[in-house]
Ligand binder design. Structure first.
Ligand code: HEC
Ligand code: HEC
Ligand code: HEC
Ligand code: HEC
Ligand code: HEC
Length: 207
């Protein structure tokens, strides 16, 4: 009996602990948790800056990479912002540049280290960013909740088992508009030239 009570006491303590973790910890609703209020909606949406203007490694390496402050300053030495809140946030960016400090962005999308994932392979075969990340042009702030995918093993494997129709040897749609998407979709509508799928081999993803 004593042991049971002990068990319940522990559970209660755990539940209170969990409830405390869920409390917003001093953050007001809608407040950003990143060091700078960086919005994909503003950049990739309203101002139509292409994904790969900032994430230059996506097609060349394992990671897409987060742009250095230099990339931001390329625009923000001129673009100072319209609204006072924008000006305030952009000043912060310029301060990082002045002090030659990197911005410490928190990483949201993260597969464990024992998983082998490569952007390059998926981009070069023709997948679009939206396929895995959804419509990023509507995202104000990345959080664990608005991540389109859980990045779980089942998600990877399910797509690897899918037979994707190809045109000119590339996955057909949703292809990137900037990389000849309309031409590719048209070609595949008429005659797909084959299908491609990924591997289910454990050692492909777990080296
Ligand atoms: C003006 C530069 C810029 C553009 C354009 C841009 N991004 Fe980003 N992206 C960033 C920065 C800075 C971060 C890190 C801060 C954050 O998480 O919002 C980031 C973060 C991300 C992340 C998540 C990183 C993480 O921590 O998990 C994804 C996914 C992403 N971008 C995808 C895209 C896609 C897809 C597009 C095009 C629709 C795009 N980005 C356009 C600058 C940019
Ligand atoms: C290709 C040009 C370009 C690049 C590169 C760029 N920005 Fe911007 N940024 C803009 C424009 C345009 C606005 C909108 C300004 C306005 O509405 O007055 C903006 C707005 C902002 C704002 C104000 C908040 C908002 O959403 O309107 C912040 C903060 C910001 N950018 C941070 C960054 C950071 C950090 C980077 C680098 C990772 C970056 N920008 C790279 C063009 C750029
Ligand atoms: C096949 C699915 C897939 C596609 C397509 C894809 N991504 Fe990702 N992305 C991921 C996964 C999985 C992660 C987490 C990787 C990790 O933790 O190593 C990620 C992480 C990221 C990150 C965080 C930083 C990094 O490199 O780990 C950024 C930024 C990003 N992706 C941008 C993009 C952009 C831009 C495109 C289109 C050019 C794109 N992604 C296409 C699956 C994808
Ligand atoms: C949207 C569909 C899709 C998703 C999601 C996806 N993949 Fe893939 N992946 C593919 C396809 C199709 C190929 C084959 C590409 C080729 O043959 O060039 C591939 C290839 C690969 C390769 C290269 C295999 C080789 O032979 O070297 C690795 C590694 C890989 N994927 C890992 C992952 C991991 C890890 C995840 C999840 C985090 C993932 N993929 C999610 C479709 C996907
Ligand atoms: C297409 C990529 C892919 C393939 C193929 C794959 N895995 Fe995984 N696996 C993943 C990813 C991604 C995770 C991380 C999931 C997460 O963090 O929730 C993972 C996680 C795991 C884990 C840890 C599970 C856990 O709950 O922590 C084990 C064990 C595992 N995989 C074994 C295997 C075995 C055995 C095979 C072959 C039958 C296999 N995997 C094939 C992508 C893959």
């Amino acid at each position: 009996m004593k042991e049971r009570l002990n068990f319940f006491a522990k559970r209660l303590a755990l539940m209170i602990g969990a409830a405390l973790l869920l409390l917003p910890g001093g953050l007001a609703a809608g407040e950003f948790t990143q060091p700078i209020k960086f919005s994909h909606k503003t950049h990739a949406g309203t101002n139509k800056v292409p994904c790969e203007f900032c994430h230059i490694y996506a097609r060349r390496s394992l990671v897409s990479g987060i742009p250095p402050v230099r990339t931001c300053v390329g625009c923000h030495s001129m673009v100072k912002g319209t609204e006072p809140w924008q000006q305030k946030e952009i000043k912060k960016v310029l301060k990082y540049w002045e002090e030659q400090r990197p911005i410490e962005w928190k990483k949201i999308h993260d597969v464990p280290d024992f998983v082998n994932f490569s952007h390059k392979r998926h981009i070069q075969i023709g997948f679009d960013c939206t396929q895995c990340h959804g419509d990023v042009t509507k995202i104000e702030e990345w959080t664990m909740d608005n991540m389109k995918q859980p990045l779980a093993m089942g998600w990877c494997v399910k797509c690897h088992m899918t037979q994707h129709p190809t045109a000119n040897g590339k996955i057909a749609g949703p292809a990137r508009p900037t990389r000849g998407a309309p031409a590719v979709s048209e070609a595949v509508a008429q005659q797909p030239d084959g299908v491609i799928s990924g591997s289910r081999d454990c050692f492909i993803c777990h080296k």
